[in-house]
Design a protein. Structure first.
Length: 89
């Protein structure tokens, strides 16, 4: 929420708003990096959870496994949308 208060989603100013957060907002740089590292840790835990499910054979419960795969794909789509916020600059 704190990052969203200072972010501009316009294609011309998206990257400059990210640099504004890192340079001008008090402790904005640490909040941005904590957010990025927290997202990476979330995916590490997610992939470990999938690996555990594969190891223990949880894929035999098809309904539960399919819901998990759908949640994985939705999470990956959300992460992709967060990744392209600075518009690749």
């Amino acid at each position: 929420l704190f990052l969203a208060m200072h972010y501009t989603s316009d294609t011309m100013t998206a990257f400059s708003s990210v640099t504004h957060i890192c340079r001008d907002v008090n402790y904005g740089w640490i909040i941005r990096y904590m957010h990025a590292n927290g997202a990476s840790m979330f995916f590490i835990c997610l992939f470990m959870h999938i690996g555990r499910g594969l190891y223990y054979g949880s894929y035999t419960f098809l309904e539960t496994w399919n819901i998990g795969v759908i949640l994985l794909l939705a999470t990956m789509a959300t992460a992709f949308m967060g990744y392209v916020l600075p518009w690749g600059q």
